[in-house]
Design a protein around this ligand. Sequence first.
Ligand code: GAL
Length: 423
Amino acid sequence: MDKKTKLTAILATGVVIFVAFSGCIGGEKEEKAELQIVHWWTAGGEKEAINALFSMYRDKYPNIGINEEPISGGAGADMKAVMKTQIFAGNPPSTFQVHIGYELKPYYDGDALEDITWLWEQEGWGDNFPADLQEMAQFDDEYYAVPVGIHRGNLVWYNMEIFKEHNLKLPTTFDELLSVCESLKNEGITPLAVGTLNKWPGAHLFEVILMSVGADFYSDFISGKVNINDPRFDEALNRYADLFEYINSNHAALTWDQACGEVLSGDAAMTLMGDWAKGYFDTRGWRYGVNYSIFEFPETRGVFDVICDSFCLPKNAPSRDAAIKWLQLIGSIKGQNKFNPIKGSIPPRIDAPTDEYDDLAKATIADFRVCTLVPSIAHGSATPESFVTKFNDYMDNYITYGDKTAVKSGIQKAIENELLPYM
Ligand code: GAL
């Protein structure tokens, strides 16, 4: 072999080796691409909704595996802590579920999230999502999450048969609610099912009671502007205590969906819950307007307790491309219109056609446009997470022991230490 041929041969071998090597890397990457996704949607309705998204994703990207890590608990009760540990130990998943607003902030503050403004721009989402939600998905004008669904938190779900049988009128004032409760109690039916095993449902109920005292008052409360001795705060605590008489005695042993199960079985007549309860009832074969219906928690008509689920992109995410594809899917009209009708939520996208939604969802979509929107404490958006934890704890304490003085001084301290410094 002459020198030139030899050199060509060596170069050619090098090219072959390089191509083979990079092909191997590329091939391995292809084979190994796996969406590692952490979420807490394990209950009836929730599970079916995310599964529907997974099957869309699989159809679209058959070469990408899905490795889901569901952590049950509702409202991220357990997942939030697990995720912090995982992220700050440098072991992020490809993407994870989070509420927009304050719940997202610790990850942003800890420099753990990718700025996905480029994705929002590329997809043109700036024109498709309500401005309020966009703001909640941003820090310093940069986007850090993609909303997939909007829930309404201030709804009471009731068993229509029980209401019909006992000739009960839907209450519009808190006093009317109490008299409906009293009638049901006299009939031996638990008026209001609550499941406080994971604490947050008790706090969720109280935040809605705060709204019933006044949406402005609630807004002041989450901004740390309420003096705990304000008579309206007392009024809210009194209203809560009035309901203690009418809730199931086993509330501490039940999860939110088990409390819905009490309504389904007819052991209880009502439960207050976000409209993921709709997903629960529907997947159990119940129908809106036939078996179950809703009313706004008395004196919260015109208020929309906003709970918004989203996913984000952690820095150094494994299978980053797979995560971006997931975010594109959940931000798309197709993805949102697959997920939300099953989940019980409404699409954040304002340009999503609504024919696939039932009457309740259509009414909620209309309400979202006209109601006073307030973010939820129990579902992470309204206040820093350390405040949420304290709020959940004190409300759990209150529903368990009924000690008003203790709850007042606890909340006062939480406002001073966990809220005001971050406002
Ligand atoms: C909320 C979440 C909802 C629903 C609920 C119960 O925090 O936003 O999507 O899943 O928890 O798990």
